[in-house]
Ligand binder design. Structure first.
Ligand code: FAQ
Length: 333
């Protein structure tokens, strides 16, 4: 489950590319031109994008589940409305991203089947449980915060449809981050029990949030090539450091303690230095053995099955409309 290196169904035979075309392609990338769906592109560039964009889309739709857990228990109508809107946004992000992936010659159904079969990856972070209301604050503050740090540079990614999708997504993620931080602020200014709940959530989400940026650069198999193609603009470690630098002062403002005894400010570089990340835990989670991997995929499969009649009804309705339009056209001729 959840261990496949690359979506099997979208893997194409390795091709030997024409060196002249490759050089011209790289020159376009170097000149900061956007690559569009009908442009020539190396097969490996196309595969890399399908892999990254589909994993990203899957993350958005699986990411709806941990928050969905708190919809019926949000502490007020206002909180419930905001959470509902946020979760709907994530569904929309999935939609834009699947649509961007489709421009590369793969169908949304094919990609979704890969997810349901447990063969496609999605972000490790969504395999952790949401135990208290403070977890909803932490998801907005830290998970959306990490997502924005990673996604702002993707607005300048070299593939046009992905870059354009990311612009809208980032605007919405920014609202998500603020609603999460505001929940944390309210809890931290509340009763001692509420503040303790906020600290407990931070303790559980901090390290998984750092893992969202992917393995360290020394172990990242795709970074070098993706940077050359300007799909990625920063390495995993660079973005992780930016996130830590931005987030530590926010935790201090909340009066919370980052659960890292080795965290210290490095005057010489102006960066917050953090302790060792448990990469064994990361590997376990992406291999399918995180706390909620099984639950997440089961929920997605159940929703897909329960939505079957809606898809069938929509297709039947569209077919009926087409037949009617055709009959009217014939009658008019
Ligand atoms: N979890 O060589 P690299 C969100 C995999 S959206 C699982 O460094 P790359 C919104 C990686 O796929 C969050 N797997 O790979 C929201 C690769 O496996 P493969 C998602 C991970 O692609 C908020 C292998 O490890 N965001 O949160 C993870 O150059 C709140 C080697 O890694 C995106 O997808 C991980 N954390 O860099 C929704 C952003 N990290 O394919 C709801 C776009 C790495 O060879 C609520 N993606 N892996 O089998 C990216 O920027 C990149 O794909 C990285 C990984 C940076 C994630």
């Amino acid at each position: 489950m959840y261990t496949q290196a690359l979506n099997e169904a979208v893997e194409r035979p390795r091709v030997v590319e024409d060196p002249e075309k490759l050089a011209a392609f790289q020159a376009r990338i170097d000149a900061e031109e956007k690559i569009e769906p009908n442009d020539w592109m190396p097969e490996a560039y196309r595969r890399t994008l399908i892999r990254q964009i589909s994993q990203h889309a899957h993350s958005e739709v699986v990411g709806m589940l941990p928050e969905g857990n708190w919809l019926t228990r949000a502490p007020s109508l206002k909180r419930k409305a905001a959470l509902l809107a946020k979760i709907q946004d994530e569904g929309g992000h999935g939609l834009y991203l699947y649509a961007a992936a489709e421009t590369l010659g793969v169908s949304r159904e094919e990609l979704y089947e890969q997810l349901l079969a447990g063969k496609a990856k999605y972000s490790s972070i969504f395999n952790y449980p949401t135990l208290t209301w403070a977890d909803i604050g932490c998801i907005g503050w830290l998970v959306d915060g990490a997502a924005i740090m990673n996604q702002i540079p993707l607005c300048r990614t070299s593939y046009g449809p992905y870059a354009r999708a990311m612009i809208r997504i980032c605007k919405e993620e920014s609202f998500h981050q603020r609603q999460g931080y505001e929940i944390m602020l309210t809890l931290c200014r509340g009763t001692p029990e509420q503040k303790a709940m906020a600290q407990d959530a931070l303790n559980r989400w901090w390290w998984p949030a750092l893992m969202m940026f992917g393995p360290p650069d020394s172990e990242s198999v795709h970074t070098e090539q993706s940077m050359r193609w300007k799909i990625k603009r920063f390495t995993n470690d660079e973005l992780r450091q930016k996130f830590v630098d931005a987030t530590v002062p926010q935790a201090h403002y909340l009066g919370l303690t980052i659960p890292d005894p080795e965290l210290r400010y490095d005057e010489a570089t102006g960066h917050w230095r953090y302790g060792k990340i448990d990469w064994e835990e990361f590997k376990r989670v992406i291999a399918g053995f995180g706390p909620c991997n099984r639950e997440r995929l089961e929920a997605k499969r159940k929703a897909h099955e329960e939505g079957r009649w809606v898809r069938e009804a929509a297709l039947a309705y569209a077919a009926k409309q087409r037949a009617r339009a055709m009959a009217q056209k014939i009658a008019a001729e």
